[in-house]
Design a protein around this ligand. Structure first.
Ligand code: NAP
Ligand code: MG
Length: 490
């Protein structure tokens, strides 16, 4: 026994349990130096280009096209030709076949696409691998299933495709947002011109290889890259029948103004400031996991992020203590490391916005907490942050930060929770944590949000419709509802 004690004395005692690096293989992706625009099934050499970078290192990844009005026009023309010369008239089960193929190829190439998504956007590989890719493939599978059953989606009506859909997506879930847009449009018989976000075009460009592999007829899907100017061209193009936009409320409003008085159809999936409501009877450890998942998942670059935590006063102290302890265990760093929980902020511009809003929170009088955390020297990073002592009027409680920043408020009664949760111009999502089923149902009735999660958060399924109220937009994506915006009903 004495010997054993001596041995233990001599053994080196680690100060903390460090994780060994577990990098995913970057060479799973073969990047090209330069990408064209994908128009009519071919790569078109762009007139102007810009560079997309890896936000975790600021290293350039590739040159991509900044689409000009002429190039957007070519893409819309190709989509129109494809619509009239085949896609809208082939049998629905044929259309389903292509969607199934796309889904299967995405599954086969999932590892490659996950790396690509993390490289170009900064999100942890664990999320790209376990969330973005499986869900993107699932969306194509799901809408493949609807393609030849549209009359069951709209009983006693005759659904007809609209024509050419112009689709504009943000940078937080590049491939997944592409899937949310393209799958229902194609299933309903439309053709597409899609503009990915300026900072994350690469997965959409590699997706064009998937389309070729699936032998999708040329022109059914066209990809035009570039910044907001390319999006604006698409919005105002007279050859586009429908605009589907996911992005900020500000740009959404501008698009709505642009389309007022035209007969173009429009759906808007915009920002949010979701409340995650924790009652005193909730399973607290699970709720803390839900809070962390709600706001630090994907660096908080999530439209439905649970960015306002509403805690019942009686459990405020243990809840905050557990939350702070949990925050200290989050690993921030290399997006391609399989152990990383929080990756890089998507762009310098987004980092500046988060920094500015966090400074406003401190100035207005909230208490800031950030766990000790060593950030990489290059790239864009932000430490997971919690604000307590937040008043409802503070900017951090009102405005969408779109970063890893949580604002904590308290409540005493369910009515007060509802009032505070609904005190926002947005209405995209909410979370409720309680052991009482009746309370979940009562809260769900009163919360003005498109999606309400109970004892979980940030769960997605292609069969479940997603969308907002108020300034979070209108229209639903996912489920049978997601087909509605892509059909004319006779
Ligand atoms: P954003 O600035 O509105 O950009 C969204 C897309 O629109 C990008 O492709 C953007 O191009 C393009 N765009 C910019 N100006 C345009 C214009 N005048 N006309 C047409 N298109 C234009 O939003 P973001 O900052 O990329 O994304 C974050 C926002 O998206 C957040 O508010 C978030 O809540 C929201 N979001 C909502 C959902 C949802 O389902 N409700 C999902 C994800 C994200 P650039 O890339 O060049 O800017
Ligand atoms: Mg990038």
């Amino acid at each position: 026994m004495a010997e054993l004690d001596r041995k233990q004395d001599r053994a080196p005692v680690p100060s903390s349990w460090e994780y060994a690096p577990a990098p995913e293989a970057r060479d799973l992706v073969q990047l090209r130096d330069r990408y064209g625009l994908f128009i009519g099934g071919d790569w078109l050499e762009p007139k102007e280009t810009y560079e997309t970078i890896d936000p975790s290192t600021e290293d350039p990844l590739a040159k991509v096209g900044q689409s000009t009005p002429e190039e957007v026009n070519l893409a819309v023309g190709a989509a129109r030709d494809a619509f009239e010369n085949g896609w809208s008239t082939i049998s629905p089960s044929e259309r389903a076949k292509y969607l199934f193929r796309i889904a299967r190829i995405l599954q086969e190439r999932a590892r490659e696409f996950a790396v690509l998504e993390s490289l170009d956007g900064g999100k942890p590989i664990r999320e790209s691998r376990d969330v973005d890719l499986p869900l993107a493939a699932a969306h194509f599978f799901y809408y493949a299933g609807w393609a030849d059953k549209l009359e069951y989606a709209f009983p006693n009506r005759k659904p007809r495709p609209l024509g050419v859909a112009g689709q504009i997506i943000p940078w937080n879930f590049p491939l997944l947002m592409l899937a949310w847009k393209i799958a229902p449009a194609l299933a309903a018989g439309n053709t597409v011109v899609l503009k990915p976000a300026e900072t994350t075009p690469l997965s959409a460009l590699h997706f064009c290889d998937v389309l070729r592999q699936a032998e999708l007829p040329p022109g059914v899907v066209n990809i035009v890259t570039g910044d907001g100017r390319a999006g604006a061209e698409l919005v105002k193009h007279p050859g586009v029948d429908k605009i589907a936009f996911t992005g900020s409320t500000e740009v959404g409003k501008a698009i709505q103004r642009e389309l007022a008085g035209t007969d173009k159809r429009l759906t808007l999936e915009l920002g949010g400031k979701a409340a995650n409501v924790i009652f005193d009877d909730a399973a607290l450890d699970q709720a803390v996991e839900g809070i962390v998942n709600g706001i630090y998942f994907n660096q908080g670059h999530v439209c439905c992020a649970g960015s306002r935590l509403l805690v019942q006063e009686s459990i405020y102290e243990p809840a905050i203590e557990k939350l702070k302890r949990r925050l200290g265990t989050l690993r921030v760093g290399d997006p391609l490391d399989k152990n990383t929980d929080v990756g890089a902020i998507n762009s310098r511009q987004q980092l500046d916005r988060i920094t500015e809003l966090v400074a406003s929170g401190e100035e207005e009088g909230a208490d800031i907490y950030q766990p000790p955390c060593r950030l990489p020297e290059k790239g864009y990073w932000f430490v997971p942050t919690v604000f307590t002592n937040v008043a409802q009027s503070y900017r951090i409680a009102q405005e969408e930060i779109f970063g890893p920043v949580l604002s904590v408020l308290t409540f005493r009664t369910p009515d007060e929770a509802v009032e505070k949760a609904n005190n926002t111009p947005y209405g995209l999502a909410a979370g409720v944590w309680t052991e009482k089923g009746s309370r979940i149902l009562a809260m769900a009735q009163k919360l003005r949000a498109g999606v309400i999660w109970a004892n979980t958060y940030n769960r997605f399924d292609p069969a479940s419709p997603f969308g907002g109220y108020k300034e979070s937009g209108f229209g639903r994506e996912g489920g049978r509802h997601g087909l509605g915006p892509y059909v004319e009903l006779e």
